[in-house]
Design a protein around this ligand. Structure first.
Ligand SMILES: Cc1ncc(COP(=O)(O)O)c(C=O)c1O
Length: 435
C-alpha cells in the first residue's frame, strides 16, 4: 500500500535546488551523449549534469571498473588504507604537476571546506577572498555574490571590493564578517583587499566557468599568484569544473600558474561523487601537524569510497593512456561547435559572442566576450538566452535553461551529434525570430 502525501516529500521539488527547470521534466536514463525523459524522448546532452561527464554518460570502462569493484567485494572498510586509495592518489598527483599531496572527499563543497580550513591553519588568519559571479560550492564561507542582477544597478568602481550578497539564508553574521568579494580580472581590487585585511585564502576558478566561460586576461593569474605571495595569502584554484576538462594537469598547467591548494571534482570520476583537495606539502602537512591546535581535521565516512575510487582510477587511467586522442577529439568537436554557432549567429540582427575553451562553450547574447560577471549582468540579454535554451530543449538539445550556463561536449559526442545540434539551433532561432 502506498501512502498518499498531501505535501511533496521533496522540499522544493528537486534534489539540489539548482535543478529547477521550467517546464519541469522527469528523466529516467542516460547513455553516451544522450539523456532520456520519462516519455523516452531523447535529448543531445550538453548540460552533462553541470559538467562531470567528460567521457560521456555510462562510459563502459568506468562502469566496468565499478562493476568489477563490486564483484571483488570492494566494500567500504573505513579503517587503514586500501591499495586503490594509494593508486588513485598516485594517479592524481602524477596528472597534476601542482599537487604534492591530496585528500579525497565526496564532493567539491567538502573539498573547498577543507581547503579553507588548511589555509586558515597555515596562516593563522580568518578572512577569505572570493570572486563575484563565481561558485565554489554550498558552504557558508563562499555562498555570496553568485549571479545577482542588483549589481547592474550599482555603481561599482574597479579596484574596490563588492558589497556582500549572501545567496542563502542562514549564514551567521560572524561568518559574513570574514568574507570579501572582488570582480574577476580586477588585480587592483585583489591588491586593495590583500593589503588591507589579513586574508587567509583567495579562492577562485582559474576560468570563471560558473557564468559561462570568462577567461583570465593576460597576466591576471600570474598577478594573483604574485600578490598572494607578497601578502602571505594561500592561493586556491577551484578546478572543480576546469580540472581534467581542459587537460590532465588542470587549467593551472595550461596557464602555467601553480596555486598553493587546488580543488577537483566532477570530471575526476566521470560523474561518480568524488572531490579532491590537494596541493603543496607545506600546506597539506597541517593535516598532521604535531601541534594539535594547528592540526586540520579532514574526515568523512565515505571518503575514498571504493566504488568511486574505482571510477576515478578508470577515468584518469583512460584519460592518461589516450590523452592525445581524447583531448584531440574534444577540441575538434569544440571547434566544430564554435565555428558552426558563429556561422549561424553571424547573420542575426542582435549581438552574440561564442566563447570556447576546449570542449566547453557558451553563447553570450552580447557583442563581446565578457571580462567579469558585472559585464554580463549589464550587457547580456538573459531573457533571450533563456528563451533560446528552452526552445532547444523542446527540440531535443539539452542546455540548462539558465542564462550563461556552459555547454559541455563529451568524448561520447560525435561529429554527427554536433551537426544535428547546429541544424536544430538554426531552426530554433528562425522560429523564435519569426514568432
Ligand atoms: C567551481 C565549482 N566549485 C565547487 C563546486 C561544488 O561541487 P559539488 O557540487 O560537488 O559540491 C561546484 C559545483 O558546481 C563548482 O562548479
Amino acid at each position: 500500500m502506498t501512502t498518499q502525501h498531501n505535501i511533496n516529500p521533496i522540499a522544493g521539488g528537486v534534489m539540489s535546488l539548482n535543478r529547477v527547470i521550467d517546464p519541469m521534466r522527469t528523466f529516467t536514463r542516460a547513455k553516451g551523449a544522450y539523456i532520456f525523459d520519462d516519455q523516452d524522448k531523447r535529448y543531445i546532452d550538453y548540460h552533462a549534469a553541470f559538467s562531470p561527464y567528460l567521457l560521456g554518460h555510462g562510459d563502459e570502462n568506468v562502469d566496468d571498473a565499478v562493476r568489477n569493484a563490486i564483484d571483488r567485494g570492494a566494500s567500504l572498510i573505513g579503517a587503514g588504507i586500501t591499495p586503490w586509495e594509494s593508486e588513485v592518489s598516485e594517479l592524481i598527483v602524477d596528472c597534476v604537476p601542482g599537487l604534492e599531496q591530496i585528500q579525497l572527499t565526496n564532493t567539491g563543497t567538502e573539498a573547498v571546506m577543507y581547503a579553507l580550513r588548511l589555509a586558515r591553519a597555515a596562516t593563522g588568519r580568518d578572512n577569505v577572498l572570493i570572486v563575484q559571479g563565481g561558485y565554489n560550492g554550498g558552504m557558508d564561507y563562499v555562498s555570496f555574490n553568485l549571479m545577482d542582477s542588483r549589481d547592474v544597478m550599482q555603481d561599482h568602481t574597479p579596484g574596490t571590493a563588492y558589497p556582500l550578497r549572501p545567496i542563502t539564508a542562514g549564514i551567521p553574521e560572524v561568518v559574513q564578517k570574514t568574507v570579501r568579494v572582488v570582480e574577476y580580472n580586477d588585480l587592483s581590487a585583489v591588491e586593495m583587499v590583500l593589503s588591507n585585511s589579513d586574508v587567509a585564502a583567495f579562492i577562485l576558478e582559474p576560468i570563471l566557468q560558473n557564468v559561462g566561460i570568462i577567461k583570465p586576461e593576460p597576466g591576471y593569474l600570474q598577478g594573483v599568484r604574485k600578490l598572494c605571495d607578497r601578502y602571505g595569502t594561500v592561493l586556491i584554484f577551484d578546478e572543480v569544473k576546469t580540472g581534467f576538462r581542459h587537460g590532465l594537469g588542470g587549467y593551472q598547467n595550461v596557464a602555467g600558474v601553480t596555486p598553493d591548494l587546488s580543488i577537483f571534482g566532477k570530471a575526476v570520476a566521470n560523474g561518480y561523487p568524488m572531490g579532491v583537495v590537494g596541493g603543496k606539502e607545506s600546506v597539506m602537512r597541517y593535516c598532521t601537524d604535531s601541534d594539535v591546535s594547528r592540526r586540520v581535521m579532514v574526515a568523512g565516512t565515505y571518503n575514498g569510497h571504493p566504488l568511486v575510487v574505482a571510477a576515478a582510477i578508470a577515468t584518469l587511467g583512460k584519460l592518461r593512456n589516450r590523452e592525445a586522442e581524447i583531448y584531440g577529439k574534444l577540441d575538434t568537436l569544440g571547434q566544430q561547435m564554435e565555428s558552426g554557432l558563429e556561422q549561424i549567429f553571424h547573420s542575426r540582427n542582435y549581438p552574440t559572442t561564442v566563447v570556447r575553451q576546449g570542449s566547453a562553450f557558451v553563447v553570450y547574447f552580447m557583442d563581446h566576450a565578457p571580462v567579469n560577471w558585472r559585464d554580463i549582468a549589464i550587457h547580456n540579454d538573459a531573457a533571450y538566452d533563456v528563451g533560446y535554451r528552452k526552445s532547444l530543449i523542446e527540440n531535443g538539445v539539452f542546455h540548462f535553461p539558465v542564462t550563461t550556463k556552459q555547454g559541455s561536449i563529451s568524448f561520447a559526442h560525435s561529429e554527427a551529434d554536433i551537426d544535428q545540434t547546429l541544424v536544430i539551433t538554426e531552426r530554433v532561432l528562425n522560429r523564435i525570430e519569426n514568432s
